[in-house]
Design a binder for this molecule. Structure first.
Ligand code: GDP
Ligand code: PGA
Ligand code: MN
Ligand code: MN
Length: 607
């Protein structure tokens, strides 16, 4: 059989042989109408967004510059954990918390899914770099996608295009390695077939090949499933690299906190999806003289520096924020960031004057177009924006982005916070008794499920280091890696680990703690503990502040509520013990002995 050459395939702006060979192989398998190598230019953005508007995928907003509204297929609104696979050669290497399939079997299945999958579509080749381009060992990737929406989103979320491609050859002209990331929405077009605004397939696969360091994603256009530099590369594949190379790839924000005395501390924090990372990263402190700047809102890569301190880098270049709940009171810096334009909004509501609206943004207008593309009025009785609706916006636009976010060396961490969404039991803040106890707090982290992933919402599950859906290997090995990392440095150089919970509830389910900007009071206490100036009470679960130890100046919240958020209810904690035990049993033999010992010690302290 002879096939016509695919237009654009030979217009490659690189001589990188492995890349050229892979692009050709994918084009021959997926048979797109043409191939486009993305350069990341403004002209390319304008071309692609114009095409997406014509296709009905995007609506140009009139109220914000260079910004767009998009409504997805109603069945493609979140990460699909049930369809996410770690295809290590050995099943045991994926561990008990991941879906596993044999890599050969998965490739056979997915090759048939990809065969002809791009028919009638353009295949975009998007070279990208996770982390600063100036890094000594830049972490490169190439996403091949048949979605123009993914291609433009990659421009917001990563360093991509010509600037990234330049790094594919090192100073000597040697070809660097990259992670091949293949994505198709899985909706080929027959000749003359009319496209839909949001093509996708009912069948979805998000597959990772950790030994080969390769990602194949099929059937979804949702951010976490389709922007493969993010969760798939920077967490699942990177966690495997990190373990081998002695660093950490974590689901963490990074912020810079400056005290009134101009003392600087960097803090990283891991909370499960939709549990407050983006908001904490952009916090506007309510306490006098304190300043927060942001370096990242979702992912941190951490390694020890020559001074034995742990340094963190944000591999991303944009924010992928939860829209509902974001407004001028809760997160003014996010509002300022998106006001500047260049932002893609997915599954929020559209106003009649070409702006966006979502729940939590104050009084709704009398009429909206809902995320389901239906007329919506306040009487409609359902949310106008999907609860997991999102904005994608460049980090460089955030008015409080710290310039060192682009430093390849990263920033030295003073503290790591682990947090979740717990209606009871877990106090506002607890300081660990040391690194290993801190790892125990992370390893036993629990949180109510949210709409960021498909499935039941509000169910408490264990989510180690907020990484449950993102650990690319065995969870027991992962926890051991955390323990081992702590041995690389002296206790006084390691970041101090804390456990936080902004979501404890009182009667009628109301939140006891106001959260958002008020969380600065909690950060302040953490820093004062590090500096040795704040007091704490030793409890069976760790060190907890009294209301007197916190700076509550000007706080409206009743003192009884603050006291209730800080309470260590030993009966509730005793009820937690069998749940932790059960979780540890799930991990099995590879659970580090240190963590069993920590559980035993906690049990003793609670007896
Ligand atoms: P992320 O997905 O972890 O980055 O979480 P976000 O920062 O996007 O927040 C997820 C949801 O939780 C949003 O609806 C926020 O408005 C809400 N949220 C964030 N921080 C707080 C807080 O401190 N208190 C309360 N009650 N809600 C919060
Ligand atoms: P989030 O990012 O953590 O900000 O929700 C998306 C996700 O984790 O799916
Ligand atoms: Mn996340
Ligand atoms: Mn976020």
């Amino acid at each position: 059989m002879t096939t016509a050459p695919i237009p654009g395939l030979d217009r490659a702006p690189t001589t990188h042989r492995r890349l050229l060979a892979w692009v050709r192989e994918v084009a021959e398998l997926t048979t797109p109408e043409q191939v486009v190598w993305c350069d990341g230019s403004q002209g390319e953005w304008d071309r692609l967004t114009t095409r997406l508007v014509e296709a009905g995928t995007l609506v140009r907003l009139t109220a914000k510059p260079n910004s767009f509204w998009c409504a997805s297929d109603p069945a493609d609104v979140a990460r699909v954990e049930e369809r996410t696979f770690i295809c290590s050669r050995e099943r045991a290497d994926a561990g008990p918390t991941n879906n596993w399939m044999d890599p050969v079997d998965m490739k056979i299945i997915m090759t048939e899914q990809f065969r002809g999958a791009m028919r009638g579509r353009t295949m975009y080749v998007v070279p990208f770099c996770m982390g600063p381009l100036g890094a000594e060992d830049p972490k490169l990737g190439v996403e091949i996608t048949d979605s123009a929406y993914v291609a433009v989103s990659m421009r917001v979320m990563t360093r991509m295009g010509s600037q990234a491609l330049a790094a594919f050859l090192d100073d000597e002209g040697t070809e660097r390695d990259f992670v091949p990331c293949l994505h198709s929405v899985g909706a080929p077009l027959a000749p003359g077939q009319q496209d839909v605004p949001w093509p996708c397939d009912n069948t979805k696969y998000i597959s990772h090949f950790p030994e080969e360091r390769m990602i194949w994603s099929y059937g979804s256009g949702y951010g976490g499933n389709s922007l493969l530099g993010k969760k798939c590369y920077s967490l699942r594949i990177a966690s495997v690299m990190a373990r081998e190379e002695g660093w950490l790839a974590e689901h963490m924000l990074i912020l810079k906190l400056t005290s009134p005395q101009q003392k600087v501390h960097y803090i990283a924090a891991a909370f499960p999806s939709a549990c407050g990372k983006t908001n904490l990263a952009m916090l506007e402190p309510t306490i006098e003289g304190w300043k927060v700047e942001t370096l990242g809102d979702d992912i941190a890569w951490m390694r020890f520096g020559e001074d034995s301190r742990l340094y963190a880098v944000n591999p991303e270049f944009g924010f992928f924020g939860v829209a509902p709940g974001t407004d001028w009171h809760t997160n003014p810096n996010a509002m300022r960031t998106v006001e500047r334009g260049n932002t893609l909004f997915t599954n929020v509501a559209l106003t009649d004057d070409g702006d966006i609206w979502w729940e939590g943004m104050g009084e709704p207008p009398a009429h909206l177009t809902s995320w389901k593309k239906q007329d919506w009025t306040p009487a409609s009785g359902e949310p106008a924006a999907h609860p997991n609706s999102r904005y994608r916006t460049p980090i460089t636009q955030c008015p409080i982005t710290a310039p060192e976010f682009d430093d390849p060396n990263g920033v030295p961490l003073s503290a790591i916070l682990f947090g979740g969404r717990r209606a009871d039991t877990v106090p506002l803040i607890t300081e660990s008794r040391g690194w290993e106890h801190g790892v125990f707090l992370g390893a036993t982290l629990s949180s109510e499920t949210t709409t960021a992933a498909v499935g039941k919402v509000g169910v408490v599950r264990r989510d180690p280091m907020a990484m449950l859906p993102f650990i690319g290997y065995h969870a027991g090995d992962y926890l051991q890696h955390w323990i081992t990392m702590g041995k690389h440095s002296d206790a006084d150089k390691l970041p101090k680990i804390f456990h936080v919970n902004w979501f404890r509830r009182g009667e009628e389910g109301r939140f006891l703690w106001p959260g958002f900007g008020e969380n600065s009071r909690i950060l302040k206490w953490a820093i004062e503990r590090i500096e040795g100036t704040a007091s704490a009470v030793a409890t069976p679960i760790g060190y907890v502040p009294t209301t007197a130890a916190l700076d509550l100046t000007g706080l409206d919240t009743p003192i009884e509520d603050v006291r209730a958020t800080l309470k260590v209810d030993e009966a509730q904690w005793r009820a937690e013990l069998p749940l932790i035990e059960e979780w540890f049993d799930t991990i099995g033999d590879k659970l580090p002995a240190t963590l069993r010992e920590e559980l035993y010690a906690l049990t003793e302290r609670l007896a």
